[in-house]
Design a protein around this ligand. Structure first.
Ligand code: URP
Ligand code: ZN
Ligand code: ZN
Length: 455
């Protein structure tokens, strides 16, 4: 006998209707009005929305960035995700030892992720290009990893020729290229210049990697992947310059996708001028306020297809603080895996910027489709995994780190008022969060073997 959800106001990316949902063996087995089935447990969802569980396709759990290891591992990070209504994460693997192959990191991450409380997958990480790496890509896809990330900055940045070779291979193999786009030379130039002028407070982090720096890199990757006919996914889009390039490419029919994150929609550059400005250091940086409306417009018009978090948490105390006197010493990244769904529901749906279907599309269905998990994930259909979130549209909360479950001593979203919050999370048919309590087991999450890219 299974779980019966009664009187659910079901919302998917396309529909909104009142029905009951019956779940057996972790999957949705019946959807209909007044279902007459014997259930082990029945939950009345009158007045609440039932949606596909959140899918966050950009996290960094248990990542070692050289100067620090992140505060959240796969257990604490996935727990926080579950509290926030997210039922699947796709983690960007960190860099491994110089010269390592792709499976080195995949094996390492399988081990790191075994305590996850929700389902998970990984994006492959490309540190260098040679015949061995290119030759390994087909096996990675076979192993359920069809998306790969190339960085245009940081230690293992790829050159244009490496991006060309990588994208040519991915386009032939059913892979998707995800890119961290920032022009490394521009960053180096301004870092050196500001250091020489003793301008090292957090605001100079933002000034050293401007919107032009991101826009140029996005445009270059659009051209490179156009030449190789490779699908391109831009991670953590933060600014209008980059968005304008993406719009043009999409309008011409190129397979380009863009992800933004809550921090770029609700926070602005002024925060870097605060005494605790290091708390907001991430790359690309938080932009001037004017970019927020442009990103919302991009979302409304379908040029931005997903909202993820780039959750990469470091404690303020001792870790982010390392950058107080010199922004270059601050580990980059922000927490956010727990607050994504409520911030986007509140700022998006409750404030009238997007409708309910668009919300589901952005936080669940599009991530599932782009990253090869649909309709197992991201759908409320017979046969889909019963990964679901219940949202109370009237519930109000003020975000505060004290009440979150992320294993980190601050949230960049402290004090933001939320209208509409996840109140129950169901993963593979099991209620794992209810009454603000996690009731699942450590390590219950499963690795999800993803399908090759399909446009
Ligand atoms: O600052 C950030 N975003 N850190 C995480 C790594 C990345 O660039 O995605
Ligand atoms: Zn990045
Ligand atoms: Zn990231």
């Amino acid at each position: 006998m299974g779980l019966l959800l009664k009187n659910a106001n079901i919302v998917t990316d396309k529909d909104k209707f009142l029905a009951d949902v019956y779940i057996e063996n972790g999957v949705i087995s019946k959807i209909g009005e007044n279902l007459n089935v014997k259930a082990e447990r029945t939950i009345d969802l009158t007045g609440k929305y039932l949606m596909p569980g959140g899918i966050d396709v950009h996290t960094h759990f248990d990542i070692d960035v050289g100067i620090a290891r992140s505060a959240d591992n796969f257990y604490t990070g996935s727990l926080a995700a579950a509290y926030g209504g997210t039922t699947t994460i796709v983690d960007h693997m960190g860099f491994g030892p110089k010269g390592c192959n792709l499976h080195h990191q995949l094996d390492y991450y399988h081990n790191l992720a075994k305590d996850s409380v929700i389902d998970y997958s990984f994006h492959g990480v490309i540190q260098h290009i040679d015949q061995n790496i290119l030759g390994e890509i087909d096996q990675m896809i076979e192993d359920g990893i069809p998306s790969f990330k190339g960085y245009m900055t940081y230690g293992y940045k790829l050159s244009d020729i490496e991006m060309l070779k990588l994208s040519e291979k991915l386009s032939k193999s059913g892979g998707l290229l995800t890119v961290h786009p920032e022009n490394n030379d521009i960053i180096d130039f301004f870092r050196e210049k500001f250091a020489a002028e003793n301008k090292l407070s957090p605001i100079y982090h933002a000034k050293s990697r401007s919107d032009k720096c991101e826009g140029e890199a996005v445009n270059r990757m659009i051209d490179i992947t156009n030449m190789t006919n490779c699908p391109l996914y831009i991670v953590h889009l933060s600014c209008n310059d980059a968005l304008e390039h993406i719009k043009k490419a999409i309008d011409k029919g190129q397979k380009v996708y863009a992800e933004t994150c809550p921090q770029y929609l609700v926070l602005d550059e002024d925060l870097y001028n605060r005494k605790d400005g290091v708390k907001y250091i991430c790359s690309p940086p938080i932009r001037e306020k004017s970019h927020q409306d442009k990103l919302w417009e991009g979302i409304q018009n379908g040029y931005i297809q997903t909202i993820a978090t780039d959750h990469c948490s470091f404690n303020y105390e001792l870790k982010k603080e390392m950058g107080e006197k010199d922004f270059r010493n601050c580990p980059n990244g922000l927490p956010g895996v727990e607050t994504r769904m409520s911030i986007i529901f509140s700022e998006g749906v409750s404030k009238g910027r997007i409708n309910l279907n668009k919300f589901v599309e952005l936080v669940s269905t599009n991530p599932a489709k782009i990253f090869g998990m649909y309709p197992k994930k991201g759908a409320i259909q017979i046969g889909s995994d019963a990964d679901l979130v219940v949202i109370d549209p009237k519930l109000k909360k003020i975000i505060t780190a004290k009440e979150l479950h992320e294993n980190v001593d601050y949230t960049p979203f402290e004090g933001i008022e939320i209208v509409g919050c996840p109140v129950m999370t169901i993963s593979q048919g099991e209620v794992i969060v209810e009454n603000n309590k996690f009731v699942g087991e450590k390590g219950r999450g499963k690795f999800i073997k993803r399908n090759p890219f399909k446009s």
